[in-house]
Design a protein around this ligand. Structure first.
Ligand code: NDP
Ligand code: 2IT
Length: 454
C-alpha cells in the first residue's frame, strides 16, 4: 500500500497556516506542538477535500471560538489574600456543547490550556458522542493546601466561571489537580449562585449527588482497553506482560487496576518527585490509600514495602517493560526515553496522559512499528464516560457499573477500529497517530462546513 497523496501546493498552504499559528500565538509552545502534530497528518485529507481549504476550516479550527481569562482572588488560612489566574478556552462547538476538564497546577498558562483544548476537539470527535472541545483551569497549586483553602479557591473560581457554562453550553470536569473534592466545591457554588440544581453542568461528580459509576475509573480503564485492542490486532495479549505506568493520580491508579485485572504486572509508578519500583508488582491498595485517601507522596510506598526501591528525580522509562502507559503529564517521554523503551523490549504504548510523548519520541515509536496509541484516542474513555454521565443526568437515571463499563469498552473498541481503518485507508497501516488525527478532524470539519461561516 502506498501513502495517500498529498499535493505539494496543499503542503505549502499548511505550512503557511502553521506559521500564522506561530505568530498569532507567541510563546505558546505546547499549543504549537499540538497543532503541528495534527496539521502534519492532514495533507492527504485536504488534497481529497479541497472545500476544507476553501472554507478556511484549518484556520478556523486553530482559533478558539471564545477564551475567558479571569482573576481568582481568595484568602488562605492565615487570612492573607492570594491571587490566581483562571482560564476557560471554548475551542470548538461543531459537534456539541463544549466539553473538557479543568487543570489546577502551578505550570498552567494559556499555552497549556490551548493545547489541551485543541486536543480535546479531536478526542471528543473520536468518541462518536455529541461533545465539542474545551479546556480550562488555573495556576493554583492544590498541593499542601487545606480543604478549606481549596474550597475558598474553588468558590471564587466558580463565581467567575458560572456565567459561561451550563449543561447545554459548556460542561467542565476534572484533570490534573481536580477530582471529586474540587468538582464538589465548584458544583455547590454554581448551585448557590444560579439557584439551580443542574446536575449536567459538571461531570466527575461524586456518586451521592449525580455522579456516574465508572467515571472515576474510565480514563485508566479506557487506556488499557485501547492496548487490549491494539494487541488483539497483532494477535497478542496483555496477560503476563510487565508494565510501567507513570504518575500515581487518577489515570495512573485505574490503569494499574485494569492491567492487574487482565493479568499483567505493573512494576513501577511515580509522581513529580520520584519513581517507585516494586519487582513483586505494585501494591495498588497501598497506592490508593497513600494518594486518594491521605494525599501523600509516592516515596512513602517504600516505608511500607522494604523490598521496593524509591529513586528521587529518577526516570521511570529506563526500567525494562513490554507495555508503557504514560499517565502523568505532557512531554514526559523524550526521544531518548522512547529509544530506551524500544531497546528494552517495549511493544506497546498507550497514552493515558495528554501529549506525554515529544515529537522526537513519537518519531521513534512510529519508526520502530511498536503499537503506539496517541492520547487523543487512548485516553478518550474519560471524556466519553463524562458524556455517559451527562446522558444519565439528562434522563435522571443511573446505570450499573457493569453496564457502564461495557459501554466504555465498546466505545474504546470503536475508537480503535476507526483509527485502525483510517490509517489503512490513508496508506499508513498501523499508524494510529494518522488514524486518530484524520478521523477526528474529518467529522469536525464536515460539521463546520454544514454550519456555514460561524
Ligand atoms: P492527577 O492530578 O490525579 O494526577 C497527576 C499525576 O501526574 C500525579 O502523580 C502527579 O504527580 C503527576 N504529575 C502532574 N504534573 C506533573 C509534572 N509536571 N511532572 C511530573 N509529574 C507530574 O491527574 P490525572 O491523573 O487526572 O491526569 C494525568 C494525565 O491524564 C494528565 O495529562 C491529564 O491531562 C490526562 N487525562 C486525564 C483525564 C481524567 O479523566 N482525569 C482524562 C484524559 C486525560 P504530583 O502529585 O507530584 O504532581
Ligand atoms: O483530558 C480529558 O479528556 C479530561 N481531562 C476529561 C474531560 C472530561 O470532560 O471528562
Amino acid at each position: 500500500m502506498v501513502e495517500a497523496k498529498s499535493d505539494p501546493k496543499v503542503r505549502e498552504k499548511i505550512d503557511t497556516i502553521y506559521k500564522e499559528v506561530l505568530s498569532r500565538n507567541p510563546g505558546e509552545t505546547e499549543f504549537h506542538q499540538a497543532v503541528r502534530e495534527v496539521l502534519d497528518c492532514l495533507g492527504p485529507v485536504l488534497t481529497k477535500n479541497p472545500e476544507f481549504l476553501e472554507r478556511k476550516i484549518i484556520r478556523r479550527i486553530c482559533e478558539p471560538e471564545r477564551q475567558i481569562i479571569f482573576r481568582v482572588p481568595w484568602q488562605d488560612d492565615k487570612g492573607e489574600v492570594q491571587i490566581n489566574r483562571g482560564f476557560r478556552v471554548q475551542f470548538n462547538s461543531a459537534l456539541g456543547p463544549y466539553k473538557g476538564g479543568l487543570r489546577f497546577h502551578p505550570s498552567v498558562y494559556l499555552g497549556i490550556i490551548k493545547f489541551l483544548g485543541f486536543e480535546q476537539i479531536f478526542k471528543n470527535s473520536l468518541t462518536g458522542l455529541p461533545i465539542g472541545g474545551a479546556k480550562g483551569g488555573s495556576d493554583f497549586d492544590p498541593k499542601g493546601k487545606s480543604d478549606d483553602e481549596v474550597m475558598r479557591f474553588c468558590q471564587s473560581f466558580m463565581t467567575e466561571l458560572c456565567g459561561h457554562i451550563g449543561s447545554d453550553t459548556d460542561v467542565p470536569a476534572g484533570d490534573i489537580g481536580v477530582g471529586g473534592r474540587e468538582i464538589g466545591y465548584m458544583f455547590g457554588q454554581y448551585k448557590r449562585i444560579m439557584k439551580r440544581h443542574e446536575s449536567g453542568v459538571l461531570t466527575g461528580k461524586k456518586l451521592n449527588w449525580g455522579g456516574a459509576l465508572v467515571r472515576t475509573e474510565a480514563t485508566g480503564y479506557g487506556a488499557v482497553f485501547f492496548i487490549d485492542e491494539m494487541l488483539k490486532a497483532r494477535k497478542d495479549t496483555i496477560e503476563g506482560k510487565t508494565c510501567l505506568v507513570s504518575g500515581s493520580g487518577n489515570v495512573a491508579i485505574y490503569a494499574i487496576e485494569k492491567l492487574h485485572q487482565l493479568g499483567a504486572k505493573v512494576v513501577a509508578c511515580s509522581d513529580s518527585n520520584g519513581v517507585i519500583y516494586d519487582k513483586n508488582g505494585i501494591d495498588l491498595d497501598l497506592v490508593k490509600q497513600l494518594k486518594e485517601v491521605e494525599r501523600r507522596r509516592i516515596k512513602e510506598y517504600a516505608n511500607h514495602h522494604k523490598h521496593a526501591k524509591y529513586t528521587e528525580n529518577g526516570t521511570i522509562w529506563d526500567i525494562p517493560c513490554q507495555i508503557a502507559v504514560p499517565s502523568a503529564t505532557q512531554n514526559e517521554i523524550s526521544g531518548e526515553n522512547a529509544l530506551k523503551l524500544v531497546k528494552n523490549g517495549c511493544i506497546a504504548v498507550s497514552e493515558g496522559a495528554n501529549m506525554p510523548t515529544t515529537p522526537e519520541g513519537i518519531h521513534v515509536f512510529l519508526e520502530s512499528k511498536i503499537a503506539y496509541g496517541p492520547g487523543k484516542a487512548a485516553n478518550a474513555g474519560g471524556v466519553a464516560t463524562s458524556a455517559l454521565e451527562m446522558q444519565q443526568n439528562a434522563s435522571r437515571d443511573s446505570w450499573t457499573f457493569e453496564y457502564t463499563e461495557r459501554r466504555l469498552a465498546k466505545i474504546m473498541a470503536n475508537i480503535h477500529q476507526l483509527c485502525y481503518e483510517t490509517a489503512e485507508e490513508y496508506g499508513t497501516p498501523g499508524n494510529y497517530v494518522n488514524g486518530a488525527n484524520i478521523a477526528g478532524f474529518i467529522k469536525v470539519a464536515r460539521a463546520m462546513v454544514d454550519h456555514g461561516l460561524v
